[in-house]
Design a protein around this ligand. Structure first.
Ligand SMILES: [Zn+2]
Ligand SMILES: [Zn+2]
Length: 144
């Protein structure tokens, strides 16, 4: 307790709501195949929070989960199928589709997993081949 709600988010139908009690630790775009397939789009715009900052406040019994790999636990609403967030237990982080977060000023700072891209984005931001070093990647940068 004690942490102040900063942002609210909800699934597509609104039955599941969750709160984010801090500012995101990072915002950006992921181009990996898993994100593309899960989000059903050519690129995933996401914001990352520390796991402990994410709390389901309504409809917890309607939260479904799916883990294709132990690194990513994907949460979704069993009523509407809408996405909620994806937990990364090894990193202690959760990523939330930026479009779900009410009032979030989306300020991306990088692209990750750009080597898997299907859509080039020439926005001048760094294009990391995989992940930053602090997240277990090489940190190497690709041309746009
Ligand atoms: Zn829903
Ligand atoms: Zn991804």
């Amino acid at each position: 307790m004690g942490e102040v709600q900063k942002y609210k988010a909800a699934c597509f139908c609104g039955k599941v709501e969750f709160e984010l009690s801090s500012e995101p630790v990072a915002m950006g775009y992921c181009h990996c195949e898993s994100c593309r397939r899960w989000s059903a789009s050519p690129v995933n715009a996401l914001a990352m929070w520390k796991l402990e900052s994410v709390r389901v406040v309504q409809g917890a019994d309607m939260v479904g989960g799916f883990s294709k790999t132990p690194q990513a636990h994907r949460q979704w609403c069993k009523v509407c199928g809408g996405h909620l967030f994806t937990e990364h237990p090894e990193l202690g982080l959760a990523d939330v589709p930026a479009a779900l977060v009410e009032g979030l000023a989306f300020r991306p700072s990088l692209h990750v997993n750009y080597k898997e891209k299907v859509l080039s984005i020439k926005d001048g931001l760094p294009k990391l081949s995989d992940l930053p070093k602090e997240m277990g990647g090489t940190g190497s940068v690709l041309p746009e």
